[in-house]
Each structure stands twice: as C-alpha cells, then as structure tokens.
Design a protein around this ligand. Structure first.
Ligand code: ADP
Length: 548
C-alpha cells in the first residue's frame, strides 16, 4: 500500500486582511466612494483604506481589544464601516454587524448575546445607542463614527472614531492568522424566536468572496464599479465588500439614503456597472425612473435576492432598461450566497420562454455549495421541477452550528434551510415558500410566492402578499393583500379574474384586501407574521355559509 503523498505548496492562510492588502498593493489607486451621513461625498482609494484600517487596528489594540473579542457595528454602507470590517478582523477580532432596523429589544439581546466589547455607530443612531447603552453593561465603550467636532449630544459617554484612528500611524503588519478563526458574526432577524448568530471564519469569508466573484455569479472585475445597496449589516452586503477588493472593482457605498432618486443619482454620477439588493429597493428605483422617464446609462448587472424577485421586475430591468437582473438566493447561515440564475451556453440557445422560465427561478448552485430537497420522510426527492420539499445545503461557507448554542442544526451533515423548493433537470432551484408561509388548502400546498408573482404582474399592483386565512372546510385558503400603484385602479373581481389560466383554479385566492402599505422585516422581506396576525379574524366570503 502506498502512503498518502502530501502536496508541496505554501500553507498560506486565507485571511480577510489579505483581500484588502491585495487591493491596496495592486489596485492602490482604485476609488472607494461613500455618501456620508454628514451629507457630502467622500472619496479615497484602497491604499488609503488599508492605511486607516491599520490605524484602527492599532487603536483598538491600544484600547485592550484582543483577538476573539467582538466589536459591534451599527452603521450604513460607508468607508468607515469598511475600515471596521478590515481593522477588526485583520488582527483576529470579530466584526459583529448589527441590523439597526431590528427592534431595540432585539438589538439589546444581540449585543449581550454576542458580548460585544465596543460598539461603533453612525451618528444617525445616537438616540438608539442612548436607549441601548444602559441595557448593555458589558460594552466597554461606544464609538461614534465621526470627528470629535461632530460628536452627537448624548447621555451615553462616547468616543470619537476619527480621534481613535488619527492617534495611530498605520505602521502595522497584518498578523498571519489561523484561517479557521472567526471573522464576522451576523445574526438572523429572528422573525420567530430570538435572533441566532452565524459566526463566519476567515477561510469561509475568503472562499465565499472567491465564489461570488466568479463569472457564473457576480462576474465582478477590475473594470466594474460596484454599488452594494444591500446593507453591510445584512450578511456582509452579500460579500461585495470582500469581492470588490479581491477583483479590484471600484466600490460605491450609498450611506443611508436608499430611495429611488438618491440611488439613481449616485449610480449615474459614479458610473456604477454592478449592484445588488432586495426587491423592495429596486421597486423604489424603478418607480422613480418610470415617473421621471430617466434611464440608467452605466448599470449592466444587478443581483436581486433576499426575497423572491417577481418575474415582472426581472423583465422590466431587462426589456425596458437593458440591465441584466440576476435572481439569487441565500441566507445568513450561508454567508449568504447559494444559488444564482444564469444560463449556460446550451440554455442560452433555448426559446425565449424557456430561458425566461429558468431565469425566474432562484438558480443554480455556485461552486462550493451542494443542495438537495427532501420529503417529509427525510428521503431525497427527484430533480424534476415538480416534486417539492425542504431544501438542504452544505458547503464550506455554511454554518455547522449557531454561536453559543450547543444544539446542532444539521441533519446528517446537511443544513436544513426552512425553505421549500423544487429543483429541475437543469439543476435550477425554485423556492415555493418558506415552510412556515406555505398555505395548506384541503391537505394540498399552495405556493404563496407564485400567487404574489402573478399579482405584481398586473399593471395596477405595486406590491402583494399572499397569506393563509382560516377556512372551515379547507382549513386554510389564500388571502391576497395588495398595495395599488399610485393613481392606478383595480377591483377585487378584476384581480381574481387576472389569475384565470395562470394558476390552478384552486390556487386562486378566495379574497383580496387593499391596503396602503405592507409590513416589512428589518431585512426588507414581507413580514407575513404581522400580516397573518392582522388578518387573523378576516372572514373569507367563501367561508360564509348562507343561513336562511
Ligand atoms: P433574515 O435575517 O431576514 O432571515 P436572511 O437573508 O438570512 O435574512 O433570509 C434568508 C431567507 O430569505 C431564505 O431562507 C429565503 O427564505 C429568503 N430568500 C432569500 N433570497 C430569496 C429569493 N431569491 N427568493 C425567495 N426567497 C429568498
């Protein structure tokens, strides 16, 4: 028997700092442009960014922060947040991004659960920090991302970020860390129960950055200008703050204003070619362009994910604006990217309808991720595009446990996502629902996402949510909750008629309710928990028995 033969290659660890070091050395003059909370636009280069990230690392070490300590952030997408990404992880501390849109009690829970040493915050969150600080006794200091001259008036004693950075010289070498050490900590939004922490490693972060950069995924390159609309507090802005320095792409960070007009103006001014965000922000941008008649002149591709992208949005981007809108799927527990809907050469030769139907799905796995769907009996289901079951995943950037939890979420080495999906012969996955949002009518499942996608294809519908409503005969029947477009009119009957021949007859909702606004979660998803609660006592017309 021969003995295994070790390879003879350098054992260079995959560290987060290596991404910025690479950009600083090889794309040193490429710009990072940020819309600041101060109101102006800040510009500097990857080289400047690395220098200040090193100064920050020195400053934190001087404050007594050690490898493994968690540093919280409450911040928008901006250059200082980027410096914190690298200035903490660069010496082994853990960057813990907190979603400021969560309820304050959830943030308190998260800060205490993570045991954050310091929390750095944009000055827009000064009042929030004043509310949190008394309930977070283990935080040693709160650091405002500002000049000393601009520190907000607060009851909490705060330090100024700029003073911390300026006190150091940046003469610092990133240590060669063990790549399996923790890098980032991201909590899920916890729509059910407390938020849960996903603790990434340097290795998983770098491998994920490689994978998202590949042509089959984002296809970022040094010729691109990337603007992540997805916040840096939402699963590391889907890896763009790592993929951009890896590829040398210019980076544009939009700050707090994510309305259609602000995004449009920034994209045009900076010649943005690539972006990524959830469907709700794109709704704002598309509405703005429709109202003003303006067009995007530089944007080539945008990834849309985080919740199901309605096919109507994909075709508007593609057909009306010539932008390749790419549907993607992932989750916090997956760093987050899992699948991307892009065609191979053979698929791109198929009929336009067949291509469209593939592109509307959540897509094909990227290298590194494996997936399967399983039925109620735990057995794997066929990839026929029809059978649907719970989606399981595995791979090197998928968690194998939650932070500070002894209970393994894995089943036979796979992570159950809680999503219900089909996979077709091409390996394209389509999410039918989150398992808790499925509607069970007379023992059969109805996909709420499919019903919503059809609704928003109606020209008078701006946004729609489909939820289960109690029914005496069928247990549950679908109820459609709709926000109309400004100045558009449509009746309940017209909308229900719109479904004829588009979905199975028994999938057609039993009722439609019009509302001014739909509730969203802190990560921009439809908040169906709130909706189900609001319409708990709604009586469907089909549920009323005629009594003589
Ligand atoms: P949260 O903290 O809001 O749960 P995540 O981003 O981790 O944030 O949420 C992941 C979930 O979002 C997935 O499990 C899935 O249900 C949903 N999701 C993400 N992308 C898509 C998509 N393209 N289509 C449908 N659902 C999606």
């Amino acid at each position: 028997m021969t003995t295994p033969l070790p390879g003879q290659m350098m054992d260079v660890p995959l560290t987060v700092s290596s991404l910025l070091a690479h950009a600083s050395r090889h794309f040193g003059t490429t710009e990072i442009v940020s819309k600041r909370v101060e109101g102006d636009v800040h510009r500097y280069t990857y080289r400047d960014c690395e220098k200040r990230a090193k100064q920050l690392a020195q400053g934190l070490i001087a404050l007594g922060v050690e490898a493994g300590d968690r540093i919280g952030t409450l911040a928008w997408n901006g250059y200082r947040h980027l410096e914190i990404y690298y200035g903490t992880t660069g010496f082994g501390a853990v960057c813990h991004t907190i979603n400021p849109r969560l309820f304050p009690e959830q943030i308190v829970y998260i800060v205490n659960h993570a045991d954050d040493r310091y929390v750095m915050f944009d000055t827009t969150f000064a009042a929030l920090v004043d509310a949190l600080a008394p309930k977070c006794p283990n935080v040693r200091g709160w650091i405002a991302l500002a000049d000393d001259a601009r520190l907000p008036r607060m009851t909490t004693p705060v330090m100024g970020y700029e003073a911390l950075v300026r006190a150091e010289d940046g003469d610092f070498d990133w240590p060669l860390l063990d790549e399996r050490l923790a890098s980032y900590l991201c909590y899920t939004s916890g729509t059910t129960g407390n938020p849960k922490g996903a603790l990434y490693s340097h290795r998983s972060t770098v491998l994920h950055a490689y994978a998202v950069s590949l042509p089959n995924a984002s296809g970022l390159s040094a010729r691109d200008c990337a603007l992540p609309v997805v916040p840096m507090f939402h699963v590391n802005a889907w890896g763009i703050p790592h993929a951009a320095p890896l590829t040398g792409a210019k980076l544009v960070l939009p700050g707090k204003d994510l309305d259609g007009k602000s995004l449009y103006e920034l994209m045009e001014a900076e010649h943005v070619t690539y972006s990524a965000g959830v469907p709700t922000v794109w709704l704002g941008l598309l509405n703005y362009m429709r109202e003003t008649g303006l067009r995007l002149t530089s944007l080539k591709r945008t990834v849309i994910g985080g919740s199901a992208c309605p096919p109507a949005m994909l075709s508007t981007f593609r057909d009306d604006y010539g932008v390749e809108a790419i549907h993607g799927w992932g989750m916090t527990e997956m760093s987050p990217l899992g699948t991307v809907a892009r065609l191979n050469g053979e698929q791109a030769q198929r009929s336009p309808d067949e291509q469209r139907s593939l592109l509307e799905k959540q897509g094909h796995v990227i290298y590194g991720v494996d997936m399967k769907i399983v039925g109620n009996d735990g057995r794997e289901l066929p990839w026929d595009g029809v059978a649907f079951g719970e989606l399981y995943v595995r791979g090197p950037w998928i968690i194998d446990g939650y932070f500070r939890s002894d209970v393994s979420p894995l089943v036979d080495g796979w992570f159950p996502t809680g999503d219900v999906a089909t996979i077709d012969r091409d390996g394209f996955m389509r999410i039918t629902d989150r398992s808790k949002d499925l509607i069970k009518s007379g023992g059969e499942w109805i996909s709420s996402i499919e019903i919503e996608n059809q609704a928003v294809a109606h020209p008078a519908v701006a946004e729609a949510a489909c939820i289960a409503c109690a029914h005496p005969d069928w247990k549950e029947r679908p109820l459609l909750v709709v926000v109309k477009r400004a100045d558009a009119e449509v009746t309940r009957e017209e909308l229900l008629g719109f479904y004829q021949d588009k979905v199975a007859r028994w999938w057609i909702p039993d009722d439609v309710v019009f509302v001014d606004e739909l509730p969203h979660t802190a990560t921009g998803k439809l908040n169906k928990l709130v909706l189900r609660e609001r319409f708990r006592d709604h009586i469907l017309p089909s549920a009323c028995k005629v009594v003589n």
